[in-house]
Ligand binder design. Structure first.
Ligand SMILES: [Cu+2]
Length: 123
């Protein structure tokens, strides 16, 4: 009996871990490495629902006028859109021309923690 039960247990285990894949960033607006005109908001859509309390992003200005400077944090609010899986960041004042990086960290509803970052430019 043992020789049959073990393979079944292993098969169930691998099925369970496949079902709990980590959340992924599906799309971002502005998209990574894009140059855009004054975005009113930055939207990051993930593959799974997020826990609002543990999900957020920091937006940093990293350069402007052709120069690079130490990252300067942009004042912004972050909230989860009604779909439950999109993190929306709204800068308190419009983003000026320059380069920005977005460092995001999220916890999905199944408690997986993932983080990442990308850059875009405003012309
Ligand atoms: Cu700057």
């Amino acid at each position: 009996m043992r020789s049959v039960a073990l393979p079944i247990a292993l098969a169930l285990l691998s099925f369970a871990s496949a079902a709990q894949a980590h959340p992924k960033l599906v799309s971002a607006s502005p998209s990574p490495n894009a140059t855009v005109t004054k975005p009113a908001r930055i939207a990051l859509q993930f593959s799974e629902k997020l826990m609002p309390k543990f999900s957020g992003a920091d937006v940093m200005m990293t350069g402007h006028g052709g120069t690079t400077h130490p990252p300067m944090k942009v004042a912004a609010t972050a909230e989860i859109a009604p779909d439950g899986r999109t993190l929306v960041i709204v800068p308190k004042s419009p983003l000026g021309a320059g380069r920005y990086s977005v460092a995001w960290h999220i916890v999905s509803a199944d408690t997986h923690r993932v983080s990442g970052n990308f850059a875009f430019a405003v012309k």
